[in-house]
Design a protein around this ligand. Sequence first.
Ligand code: FAD
Ligand code: PYC
Length: 417
Amino acid sequence: MQPFSAFNLFRRALGGHTSWQAQWRQPSLKSEYDVVIIGAGGHGLATAYYLAKEHGVRNVAVIERGWLGGGNTGRNTTIIRSNYLFDESAALYDHAVKLWEGLSQGINYNVMYSARGVLMLAHTVHDVQSAQRHIHANRLNGVDNEWLSPEECREFCPPLNIAKNIRYPVMGGALQRRGGTARHDAVAWGFARAADALGVDIIQNCEVTAIRRNAAGAVEAVETTKGTVRTKKVGVVTAGHTSVVMGMAGVRMPLESFPLQALVSEPVKPAFPCVVMSNTIHAYISQSDKGEMVIGAGTDVYPSYSQRGALHIAEHTLDAICELFPMFRRMRMLRNWGGIVDVTPDRSPILSKTPVPGLYVNCGWGTGGFKATPGSGNVFAHTIARDEPHPINAPFSLDRFRDGFLIDEAAAAAVAH
Ligand code: FAD
Ligand code: PYC
């Protein structure tokens, strides 16, 4: 019997190990796989897991140039919601929310999904109309969303300042009660452990440097810093760098990459019960289980591959947070960081086959892909295993930029673009 201590409780929460690295095999890269997934973020790992679990495809490698979840998966503000305007988006993101609800049990790893409610504030007449349009559209799609008056907003989130004379007065808010947060790195570790247990090889510190095609144009191998791997199927899941990796196969992508940043405060006792977002002033906030206030800012104005954002953008966000939540004015910020998000012209993701036989791409999640992680992996695994899209991701094809069937969620996204 182990002595009772916080340390041992922590070990038990991790499944009996002190290090998450110790929880799975450390395989060497083989020379041939049925499927190679490039990128061990949440989406790549979820794809591998569902390939093995639901399609019986287990001879799979997930190849990661850095460490598990070290990209956007470990850098985001963990907001989960499915209150998107268009039918196609509502179906995709709500598929994910339904999977979040049973994920910890499904992969036997506590991802700390917490449906504490996401409140999106309205500060102008335009915001009010747009939020109410979303509420009606969401309800028609079976997605919960409801309108709250300013007083009801404050009742739901007591620290909120609803004074009428502030720079951005709160005119109400749209509340999705099933929305919330999860622990982002646990999502990567949990999918990794579950995929590994089904036989998937997860290879870290290994960069894919080339994608080789045969005389017929189909994928035949990838070159990596640990050697050549033969394979007939490659899934590219490399948020922020998708244009670079797809360029290795000669495919030009409709994407731009931008830094997006976030910051956390010193930890405090539980003070903030929900998630609050403001599209208009580009601020969003929740409290992590460690007690830090998790605050997200807008995207930088200029495209870049830098993993830090411009300071004036963070300053603008903190101004807004202090006005909306005056009790946080004297709080100290502990650290900030950035991730690189790739953005499509219609601000909706691409989950698609490509013109290259055997090459599949999952990207373009911009500022909002964390919430989609299990749903994205689930339908992308289907697409790879069957060489045809799942009905949920069929509208999110690369072809839409040629045919014009865009899913224009630009105005519906929660942060500055
Ligand atoms: P990543 O986690 O970025 O994984 C891609 C991996 O590919 C990386 O680990 C990278 O190292 C690897 N890679 C790249 N090139 C190669 C190569 N050549 N060879 C091998 N590996 C390679 N979304 C939300 O839903 N809610 C939020 O609150 C939210 N907040 C955000 C806040 C910030 C600051 C940021 C940056 C993003 C936020 N997002 C949010 C977006 C979300 O984080 C991403 O959409 C999502 O995590 C993308 O996951 P992924 O697995 O596709 O990518
Ligand atoms: O998509 O909900 C979201 C989001 C919040 C912060 C960044 N993206």
